[in-house]
Design a protein around this ligand. Structure first.
Ligand code: FE2
Length: 261
C-alpha cells in the first residue's frame, strides 16, 4: 500500500496500472448474468448494464455524484431483486472486503479492434473522493468464454507504444486503475460479452485480495497481426479527426472522454 497525492493506492498497481489475478472457475457457476435485469446505459461501444449495487439500491447506473446528495463512487447499495438472482456474482464482488461502489454486469455487443481503439476512455471513478482516503479502482471478471476477445489498456489514448492486451476467457479476473489507463475491449464474434465490473476502494483489504490471488501485470500480450494493429491505429486517428471536425463545425467544445460515468 502506498500513498500518493493524498490517496491510498495499491503498490501492486503502481507500475502498470493493472494486475491480472488467478483465473476463476467460471464453469462451476450458473449463468446468473442472463437472469438479472438490464437497462440501457451509454458507454463506450454498444452496451447495456445490469446493476447489482447502485446509488440507492434502484436499477439504474448513473454516477453517484449525479444524485442528491452527490457522493463519490463508494458505499453502493445492493439491489435486493438483483442480488437474489445473482448470489455468486454478489459474493465475488464482496469477497475482497473492500468498499464497493457501483457494481454491475456489462453486456457488450461484438466489435473490432479499430472500434475498441476508438472506444478507449478513462473512467471517472474518483470524483468527490476525499483526499487521504482510498483511490477507487475497478475489478473486471469476465463471465462469458470470449476466447478471441481482449482488453486493451493504454497509458495514452493515441500512442500504441504502451498497449497491454489482456485475454478474456471465462474466469479472467483483472483489477485496473481505469481512471489512469485508457481502456476498452475488443470483442469479435457473434454473441455479446458479459463481464462483472466492480468499483473497489484501495486499501489493505484490496491489497490482501490481490496478493491472495497472485495479482501480476507480468502476463503475455495477446498477439495481433501487425497489419491489424496498424489498420486499427489508422482508423482510430480517422474517426477521432472526423469527430473533432464535427464538433468544430458545430462550434462546440468536443466531448473528449467517453467515460461510462
Ligand atoms: Fe470504463
Amino acid at each position: 500500500m502506498i500513498q500518493i497525492m493524498g490517496y491510498i493506492k495499491s503498490a501492486a498497481l503502481e507500475k502498470t496500472g493493472f494486475v491480472v489475478l488467478d483465473s476463476y472457475d467460471q464453469e462451476l457457476d450458473p449463468q446468473e448474468w442472463l437472469d438479472i435485469e438490464y437497462n440501457d446505459w451509454k458507454s463506450s461501444g454498444d452496451t447495456r448494464f445490469a446493476p447489482l449495487a447502485s446509488f440507492a439500491g434502484d436499477i439504474e447506473c448513473n454516477g453517484f455524484w449525479n444524485h442528491k446528495p452527490p457522493r463519490t463512487d463508494k458505499d453502493g447499495v445492493w439491489i435486493p431483486s438483483q442480488v437474489e438472482k445473482a448470489p455468486n456474482l454478489t459474493r465475488r464482488a464482496q469477497e475482497p472486503g473492500a468498499n464497493v461502489g457501483r457494481c454491475r454486469v456489462i453486456e457488450l455487443q461484438p466489435n473490432t479492434y479499430a472500434d475498441c481503439l476508438y472506444n478507449l476512455h478513462q473512467d471517472d471513478n474518483n470524483r468527490l473522493n476525499p483526499d487521504g482516503t482510498g483511490w477507487v479502482v475497478r475489478g473486471f471478471f469476465n463471465l462469458t468464454d470470449d476466447k478471441d476477445s481482449f482488453f486493451v489498456l493504454r497509458e495514452n489514448r493515441t500512442d500504441p507504444s504502451v498497449e497491454y492486451r489482456i485475454a478474456l476467457p471465462a474466469g479472467a479476473q483483472l483489477i485496473v486503475d481505469t481512471q489512469r489507463l485508457w481502456h476498452a475491449a475488443t470483442h469479435p464474434g457473434r454473441e455479446p460479452r458479459y463481464c462483472l465490473i466492480t468499483s473497489w476502494t484501495s486499501g489493505p483489504e484490496l491489497d490482501a485480495y490481490i496478493e491472495k490471488y497472485h495479482g501480476t501485470s507480468d502476463v503475455p500480450n495477446v498477439e495481433v497481426a501487425q497489419d491489424v494493429l496498424d489498420a486499427g491505429q489508422a482508423e482510430q486517428a480517422r474517426r477521432l479527426a472526423a469527430r473533432a471536425a464535427y464538433y468544430a463545425a458545430k462550434g462546440q467544445a468536443e466531448v473528449t472522454a467517453m467515460s461510462e460515468a
